[in-house]
Design a protein around this ligand. Sequence first.
Ligand code: FE2
Length: 260
Amino acid sequence: MQDDVAVLRSSGLAVIDGAFASRRHAFDFAVHVIDRCCEEARRVPLEVIGDFVIPPLNGPISRDFQTLHLDFGLPIDPRVDQDVGVYTALYVADVGQQAVAQTRLVSLAGLLGQRAWPAHEQLVARLIAYGRTHGAWDDADGYSEGSLARIVEAAAGLVPTLPSVKLDPGFLCGLEFHTLSAELAFFQLHGLDVEGAATSVQLAPGGLLIFDNLAVAHGRRGVRQPGELHQQVIGRRGLSPTAQVAIRDQVMRAFSHAPG
Ligand SMILES: [Fe+2]
């Protein structure tokens, strides 16, 4: 376990492949690793704030990719107490078919550091303005953004091109792109080479992946069978807007890793 803690701390992700007989064993192990990894979690334990099966056991097979995102989103303009995901644990169950999907993991600092950005205050202003015109469902609830593409579009400050829940109430978040190549092309247009900052993990049944949800964006390449992926999001429940802003400002330091 000590190695897993060190790897998670240094790289933002840890893979423990094929080792667990059940999701309970896997997620118990994940909580131990996270508690040891996160200094703050030792003082105030993190909680499981989300527990999902993807796709649901009796649902259809997933589509063949998932856009890059942060679970529970990054608080941008918080107005109310909200849960914030800090770590995510993924466990692959044996559903009788080969698990072919790869989890795509993209270091925020590694990606955003590929180009220059404005100073922090201007970036925050751009992100908040984007939420008012393109991002938030309801301004009274504030604005959190889960889509990495939207965060980049907001930070770039150009005319937005992605579909918007504000302009199209029927739009479903996560469906910004029809194909993986369209997503990669979007980032390329913003001067960002996703593949250059990405790690792919293909878990076999029994495998566990833990990652820092606020340092690493994640998505998927390939389909998942119903009941295949079990996910727990471990974080802080009911954080105040002030505490959310502190997390936002910490995460947005990834923008300041720009080349000189
Ligand atoms: Fe996710």
